[in-house]
Design a binder for this molecule. Structure first.
Ligand code: 13P
Ligand code: SF4
Length: 330
């Protein structure tokens, strides 16, 4: 197996060893310049970089201090003693970090890094649903704006949706805005009615049962892992469904010879870098929002302290409660 010593002629050889399967050696010096600058800037600003599992390997495996799914990033945001948090992910993740750290500077390297789920619902929509279903608690996926969280009773992620719903002790909930996550969770919380909203993740809604059939036909021994933002008929055809951290843990624990991660493409790249003996086969789709974050933009974010996330304090106070209630569910 290649070690850092094999790349001694390259800058930052230990870091290159981690991403060698994804970054051609010829291109590495350009990446390395930004990485070196980012590492220095982090020390100067007492900054920490939180990166989602969908970030590209040259971010995920080199400059990130903490990596994980949405739940882990929210939990770790509470624990950091850095002065500055750079969120390598999408806007709702940076907002969540800010909600939990009102006194810290939270930066997102590209202010346009959005999410089709967060775009699918407004605070006014939630207020209308509440008046249509009086007394029914609102469980809101973390992939939403702070304004929507502020109208909610409790948040959830794909990693804890079942536990959060069961923690309420009721037989009916409104679960927003991901229709497929709600339908997939409904199969795990029998006896609880879930009222859904028609929001979808533009990355996961494109997978079809035919994709699963095709990958199984080509690779009969393949283990298929799907994200619960995918349609129920896709999840039904998978061997396991869970959050991005759930999928990574599954591969780490079971080490299948061949695996297909039915999710965003960088996820496979990042997990593959850790387990070279596992063969990763596609399908996967790219998230255009996650891909807005690049090393040069992270460098600029630290150099210029941009783009700072701010939230109206009145909204933040109510939204924080919904996130904190979620974090209290174990
Ligand atoms: P998790 O990492 O929480 O599973 O979420 C996936 C996702 O789509 C985040 O945008
Ligand atoms: Fe939103 Fe889907 Fe992209 Fe995640 S993968 S940020 S849910 S659009």
């Amino acid at each position: 197996m290649a070690s850092a010593a094999s790349f001694a002629s390259l800058p930052l050889p230990e870091l290159y060893a981690r991403v060698r399967h994804h970054v051609p050696a010829m291109e590495w010096p350009v990446f390395a310049r930004d990485i070196e600058a980012i590492l220095t800037l982090k020390r100067q600003h007492n900054a920490v970089i939180l990166a989602h599992n969908y970030q590209t390997p040259e971010i995920f495996h080199t400059v990130a201090d903490i990596v994980g799914d949405s739940l882990a990033l929210a939990r770790e945001a509470v624990n950091t003693d850095a002065d500055v948090i750079v969120l390598a992910g999408v806007h709702f993740m940076a907002e969540t970090a800010k909600l939990l750290n009102p006194d810290k500077t939270v930066l997102i390297p590209d202010a346009e890094a959005g999410c089709s789920l967060a775009e699918s619902i407004t605070a006014e929509d939630v207020r209308r649903l509440r008046s249509r279903y009086p007394g029914v608690p609102v469980v809101t996926y973390i992939n939403t704006s702070a304004a929507v969280k502020a109208e909610s009773d409790i948040c959830c992620t794909s990693g804890n949706a079942k536990k959060v719903i069961e923690s309420l002790g009721v037989d009916r909930v409104i679960m927003l805005p991901d229709e497929f996550l709600a339908q997939n969770t409904a199969t795990q919380v029998l006896g609880i009615e879930i009222i859904t909203w028609a929001g979808h993740c533009e990355v996961h809604e494109r997978f079809t049962p035919e994709d699963i059939r095709a990958v199984r036909e080509s690779y009969p021994d393949v283990v298929v892992l799907a994200h619960p933002e995918a349609p129920p008929e896709v999840v039904a055809g998978a061997d396991y469904a869970g959050s991005t951290a759930g999928m990574a843990d599954f591969v780490g624990e079971k080490r299948p010879a061949r695996v297909a991660l039915v999710t965003e493409c960088s996820m496979s790249d990042n997990v593959a870098a850790l387990y070279p003996e596992v063969e990763f086969v596609r399908p996967c789709n790219l998230c255009p929002h996650m891909k807005r974050i690049t090393l040069p933009k992270i460098r600029r974010a630290l150099e210029r302290r941009q783009h700072e996330v701010t939230i109206d304090p009145a909204v933040a106070e109510r939204a924080r409660l919904a996130v904190e209630r979620m974090l209290a569910v174990r």
